[in-house]
Ligand binder design. Structure first.
Ligand SMILES: O=C(O)CCC(=O)C(=O)O
Ligand SMILES: [Fe+2]
Length: 341
């Protein structure tokens, strides 16, 4: 099997690579990353990144009880009255607290996403220098009053650090599959990297057309419009409902990702695509909840050290001529996908 640069280049050129979303057992890697079997795990990850940009990981070590507690936290949070949820919005921070149903439009030109969300990240007090320096991305977490800490705050904050650790391992594997040195992401994962746990609730689309106006558009409304993820990687925990679809461009089909209670769906985001000049795929995906009942999911986004400048790792310079920091890039993407309110 080709490795390193060859595999990356071959996959970038290779029209014949099948579009698959493999399930990869990463337990051997977590146990001993220097073992022979770990090298094969790295190769499987590398192949997935260079073809579909999606894979599922099992053997990840995150306790099932913690995952269930986080999904339960989402149910409790979103069941609160709207007036209570609205109090959980932050005046400046883009990535803390509540986001109202329909506030994001991930697919330009489509109806607003039929989802509501709640962000938890690393907590920094309001008067921490970093909160003052980065008023849109660093600051305090927000939790509803009157709900015991063990229902929402504790599980989501514990989950944040569990997923931070797991993501760092995945990023380490990615570095090992790329030809830029095993330490290529050391700076990116340092300095309290920006990450988010995002609780999501997708209500079922209304049975009758959106707004009683006659409509010729009979497609079910999207829970999350077609998009690519903004950051480096995303690790998705989903309930048993289903609805996530990944776009296979060469076949022009949407491939559903069947929920597997034992796995995380991992996908490559735009930063990795930029770093590898498209060799690692940041693949378009969307969510449609056709189940007739509520869907809950919890993506964990790894967006990294805010100060890192984003440019191809081969040193060839940015394709657009413009170098953004992680912070600049994230604010640009939030700016284009959230409705001005
Ligand atoms: O809810 C899901 O299954 C996916 C969510 C997603 O793609 C996102 O938040 O970027
Ligand atoms: Fe996404």
């Amino acid at each position: 099997m080709a490795t390193g640069t060859n595999a990356v280049v071959a996959a970038a050129e290779g029209a014949a690579s099948p579009f698959v979303i493999p399930t990869i057992d990463i337990a051997p890697y977590l146990q001993d990353s220097s073992s022979e079997i770990s090298a094969r795990v790295v190769e499987e990850v590398q192949q997935a990144c260079a073809t579909s940009g999606f894979f599922q990981v099992v053997g990840h070590g995150v306790p099932k009880e913690l995952q269930q507690a986080v999904l339960r936290a989402a149910e409790v949070l979103f069941a609160l009255p709207l007036e209570e949820k609205k109090k959980l919005r932050h005046p400046t921070l883009k990535n803390r607290g509540y986001e109202i149903l329909g506030s994001q439009v991930l697919q330009a030109g489509a109806l607003p996403d039929l989802k509501e969300g709640f962000y938890v990240s690393q907590h920094f007090s309001q008067d921490d220098a970093r909160s003052r320096d980065h008023p849109y991305l660093i600051g305090p977490n927000i939790f509803p009053e009157g709900i015991a800490d063990e229902v929402i705050k504790e599980p989501t904050e514990t989950y944040y650090f569990a997923l931070l650790a797991l993501s760092c391992k995945v990023i380490e594997m990615l570095a090992r599959g790329l030809p830029f040195g095993d330490d290529v992401f050391t700076q990116f994962v340092s300095n309290d990297p920006l990450c988010m746990v995002r609780l999501l609730h997708y209500p079922p689309p209304p049975a009758s057309p959106e707004d009683t106006k006659p409509s010729t558009d009979v497609r079910p409304r999207l829970g999350a419009g077609a998009h690519t993820d903004f950051g480096a990687i995303t690790l998705l925990l989903q309930d048993e409902t289903g609805g996530l679809e990944v776009y296979d461009r060469s076949a022009d089909i949407w491939m559903p990702v069947k929920p597997n209670p034992d796995s995380y769906v991992v996908n490559i985001g735009d930063m990795l695509s930029l770093w590898t000049k498209g060799a690692y795929k940041s693949t378009v995906h969307r969510v449609i909840n056709t189940s007739g009942h509520d869907r809950y999911s919890v993506p964990f986004f790894f967006d990294g050290n805010l100060d890192v400048e984003l440019a191809p790792l081969d040193g060839s310079g940015p394709i657009s001529g413009k170098v953004l920091t992680v912070e600049g890039h994230m604010l640009e993407r939030y700016g284009t996908t959230y409705k001005k309110s």
